[in-house]
Write a protein that binds this ligand. Structure first.
Ligand code: ADP
Length: 162
């Protein structure tokens, strides 16, 4: 069984992420969308909120699983029996950022292959960072995130003043 892990912060999940996952499900038997919970980054959405948004986004895709992990990504992949890591590339800047990470991961586990997906033009301007700004200032995130998570975002907007 070909298992792949799509690791990230998903703070929040966007249409860029869901595009990558949809394309990956055609190539792999199971795609585990995994939130790295030990990252040094402080998050805007809590871990539970991010997990819930991922579950809502992928509820209709049977070979997608949503999971949080707190160890190193390579160790999580090994424990899951996954040999592929998925990452998305929007720009050359993304490639510069991803290259050393992929090489270090391969150094730690030579069987682990990082597979890159180039985003379609339609989604290449979307980042979680920009979507957070839209949300923080009370604007509409429709067209940037999966429609299923909009109610959760509205709830968050009611509780967060800029
Ligand atoms: P991280 O904090 O690990 O970068 P993100 O949740 O920001 O986590 O991103 C997870 C992965 O999704 C990364 O490979 C990132 O490049 C990719 N990604 C983010 N936004 C998009 C997008 N709009 N299109 C394609 N890939 C994207």
């Amino acid at each position: 069984m070909r298992k792949a892990i799509f690791p990230g912060s998903f703070d929040p999940v966007t249409l860029g992420h869901t595009e990558i996952v949809a394309r990956a499900t055609a190539l792999f038997d199971e795609v585990i969308v995994a939130i790295g919970a030990n990252s040094a980054k402080a998050s805007f959405f809590t871990l539970d909120e991010r997990l819930e948004m991922l579950r809502l986004s992928f509820a209709d895709i049977p070979n997608v699983r949503v999971q949080a992990y707190s160890n190193l990504t390579v160790d999580f992949a090994r424990d899951e029996g996954a040999r592929f890591l998925l990452r998305g590339l929007r720009t050359g800047q993304d490639l510069d950022y991803e290259r050393p990470i992929a090489l270090i991961n391969r150094h730690m586990d030579a069987r682990l292959e990082t597979v890159f997906f180039i985003t379609s033009g339609e989604h290449s301007h979307i980042s979680s960072t920009l979507v957070r700004e839209v949300i923080r200032y009370g604007r509409d995130a429709a067209g940037l995130v999966p429609p299923q998570i909009l109610p959760l975002i509205h709830t968050k907007q009611k509780g967060v003043a800029p």
